[in-house]
Ligand binder design. Structure first.
Ligand code: MN
Length: 455
């Protein structure tokens, strides 16, 4: 007798859907088969049974220029849970003069006991640490502490690494056996273009996109791929939104660079036109910026054929009033999306014929777990964590802040009607969402020590 069985559903395996029951014992998956008996039986008739989503790129309670992003570790992870995501990876950002170890301890103190789902942390290597080999000496200790991935930036003051610092940092990460996750835009030139636009008196939101051209995303990816290759460091490109960026990733893959890439729902479903026509244009400011319909087609193709590897949200919410700045150059960047990722990808990806059910699960759970070093997550097999989503593919829902658990007072996906929504969610064998209602408790989630192996 197992602790729990999930019966009558369709399990989405890497090879496609199968009709079978899933049994859980304690916090793990115990068996997949037919006629399994459980103390507790959850009926999944008519539903898909999939591994809990893994969102490898979120910013909860992020301190930025005197503001703090709208979702706390509590509200953001409850929203994640309700959307079928049972593991997130956020960031620890060392301040100038602060050690990585202190930054990790400080960030864990904010999240531990608060999170509704499991979490990990990427360790940021800001300018201050990237400047010298000495300041990178902590990298192996961070891997030992469970931070197997390091966030590097090619843009933004205080974060930006030039090519030498990028080389130095990637070499240190490669030597320690970690992976780099990268914000790839040619920062110094973007700063110049923005300053020119501001000096010319431009304030409209569309100037955000006009001063961050796609070619400067692509050139940054190109340089990063070369440096990754030189140093032998696996690199994952965050938030790819343009066709030019996809081309660079695919080309680098074809010549053997250990490079992967992700996109996000907002790049797939929104275009830069959102910046035009009214005061709401500022809401959609994020970096890299939203692009065009042609870019969206290239992203969908790459998600289907392996050019891109996974879907994250880059969830970074701000309120309407925080976004309502006079000039595009003053708007905090980022959009919310942590709760709707699985459903948006199911509706606009699977239902519209861009990707298969198996690929949907791979993009939202299996690949992010593998690349971010979560060996017990992202797939339904005996021995893996009992992180399970019972997903109702017929449930129709119009996305609205009235029903989302995200804290922001707006969502870029408002008014979109999707078919398919998570019904019940289990975290390590425990039901935390039952019939779309959150029933978990703060601290259900744990910090997961991650380790990645270089390919
Ligand atoms: Mn981000």
């Amino acid at each position: 007798m197992y602790d729990c069985t999930i019966v009558g559903g369709q399990i989405i395996t890497p090879n496609g859907p199968i009709f079978a029951d899933l049994a859980l014992s304690g916090d793990s998956i115990a068996a997949i088969g037919h006629g399994l008996n459980g103390e507790r039986v959850i009926d999944a008739s008519g539903c898909y049974v999939i591994p809990g989503g893994v969102d490898p790129h979120v910013h909860l309670q992020l301190a930025l220029g005197g503001l703090v992003s709208t979702d706390s570790f509590s509200s953001g992870t409850i929203a994640a849970a309700c959307g079928g995501t049972t593991t997130i990876v956020d960031f620890a950002d060392p301040q100038p003069g602060q050690s990585m170890g202190d930054a990790l301890a400080a960030r864990r103190a904010e999240a531990d006991g608060q999170v509704a789902v499991d979490y990990g942390l990427h360790m940021t290597i800001p300018t201050w640490h990237g400047q010298s080999a000495e300041r990178l000496a902590e990298v192996p200790a961070m891997l030992a502490a469970g931070c197997a991935t390091f966030k590097l930036y090619q843009a933004y003051a205080r974060m930006e690494l030039d090519d030498v610092a990028l080389h130095r940092s990637m070499a240190a990460v490669a030597k320690a056996g970690g992976r780099v996750v990268l914000h790839s835009e040619t920062g110094p030139l973007l700063d110049h273009l923005r300053a020119e636009a501001v000096a010319a008196g431009h304030i409209g939101a569309i100037w955000h996109e006009r001063t961050r051209p796609a070619c400067l995303e692509a050139t940054a990816i190109h340089r990063a791929a070369e440096i990754a290759h030189l140093t032998g460091c696996p690199v994952h490109i965050f938030h790819v939104g343009c066709a030019e960026g996809v081309v660079e990733i695919v080309t680098a893959k074809s010549r053997g660079v250990a490079i992967t890439g992700e996109s996000c729902p907002h790049y797939l479903l929104l275009t830069a036109d959102k910046h035009l026509g009214g005061p709401d244009g500022n809401l959609y400011i994020c970096a890299p910026p939203l692009r065009s319909a042609a870019d969206q087609s290239a992203l969908w193709r790459a998600l289907a054929d392996g050019g891109l590897d996974l879907i994250s949200t880059d969830h970074c919410p701000w309120t309407r009033s925080e976004k309502a700045q006079r000039s595009f150059a003053q708007v905090p960047g980022g959009v919310p999306g942590i709760e709707s990722r699985l459903s948006l990808l199911h509706h606009f990806g699977v239902n519209r014929g861009h990707i298969s059910l198996a690929r949907w699960v791979e993009l939202c759970a299996t690949a992010p777990a593998r690349l971010m070093g979560l060996p017990r997550k992202g797939i339904l097999l005996p021995g893996y964590d009992g992180d399970v989503v019972i997903f109702d593919p017929k449930r129709e829902k119009t996305i609205s802040t009235d029903t989302l658990h995200e804290a922001a007072d707006w969502t870029p996906f408002a008014g979109m009607t999707v078919t398919g929504w998570p019904r019940t969610v289990l975290l390590r064998g425990r039901v935390i969402v039952a019939d779309e209602e959150y029933i978990g408790a703060a601290g259900d989630g744990e910090f997961i020590k991650r380790s990645v192996k270089c390919e």
